[in-house]
Design a protein around this ligand. Structure first.
Ligand SMILES: [Zn+2]
Length: 257
């Protein structure tokens, strides 16, 4: 599942490839993934316009310049972008093409979770994304303290809640809690926010360099899926259980309740 750093990678691609160019055509190869509009309406709205890609949590928002509209993209499990010759034949899993001169930005999505939407203004945008808290990479320590202040319940559930903070998914939250030595079920009120913020920041910064939560040595993410999954810090056997609806990995020794 793409999380904040993956989607930031898609945003950077879109920015790099389409900057300064105008949309000349829109090709919808999968009408069902266009969740709330018609190919004609999208084509009319985007033709001749420049797009400014932004990210909010796990959502990519292609803002239409000189308009209030936004093309909203979610990458589901298997979404990605390609930048192809506009004349080349689309891949069988390409769902949307935006042509810019002789090139085409293609949204590919094999398993078809996610999709794309047209929002005419920010009110429509919120109906599509649901209420979102501020982006996890945009907040400072004081913001985090304020956001968590009224929150009750487990640490994992709190950080996963997109209405509270947008962009943290299963891998990021487990990584942050593991590094901060916080049990995923610990009451969020008993978590040191200063330490939590510092850890979140460093996990996000390193992940953004990789444009994913990197499954590398020294990271929980690099260890959690091995058969005999062990803590990279103390070599204890990792625990795995469903918490906040997701398979959660943690170290019973480093992250005591
Ligand atoms: Zn450990």
């Amino acid at each position: 599942m793409p999380e904040l750093p993956d989607v930031e990678g898609f945003r950077r691609q879109m920015e790099r490839w389409t900057r300064g160019r105008r949309v000349e055509g829109v090709r919808v190869w999968d009408r069902e993934l266009l969740r709330n509009s018609t190919p004609q309406a999208v084509g009319r709205l985007l033709a001749g316009k420049k797009l400014k890609p932004e990210r909010h949590g796990k959502w990519l928002l292609a803002r239409v310049r000189d308009d209030h509209a936004t093309l909203v993209l979610h990458f589901g499990m298997t979404g990605l972008f390609t930048w192809d010759d506009a004349d080349s034949r689309p891949h069988q899993h390409d769902r949307l093409g935006l042509t810019f001169g002789d090139r085409e930005l293609r949204y590919r999505n094999m398993r078809r979770f996610g999709g794309y939407w047209l929002a005419h203004d920010d009110r429509e945008l919120e109906l599509i994304t649901g209420p979102l808290g501020p982006d996890a990479f945009a907040i400072d320590e004081g913001d985090l303290r304020e956001l968590l202040e009224p929150r009750r319940g487990g640490a994992k559930a709190a950080l996963m809640d997109q209405r509270l903070i947008a962009g943290l998914g299963n891998l990021l939250v487990d990584e942050i809690l593991w590094r901060a030595r916080v049990n995923p079920r610990r009451d969020i009120r008993r978590v040191d926010e200063k330490k939590l913020y510092g850890t979140m920041r460093s996990v996000l910064e390193e992940s953004l360099e990789h444009e994913r939560v990197p499954p590398i040595e020294g990271w929980l993410t690099g260890a959690r899926d091995s058969r005999d999954a062990r803590c990279p810090r103390c070599d204890s056997k990792l625990r795995k259980e469903t918490i906040a609806g997701r398979t959660t990995a943690w170290c019973p020794r480093c992250q005591r309740r």
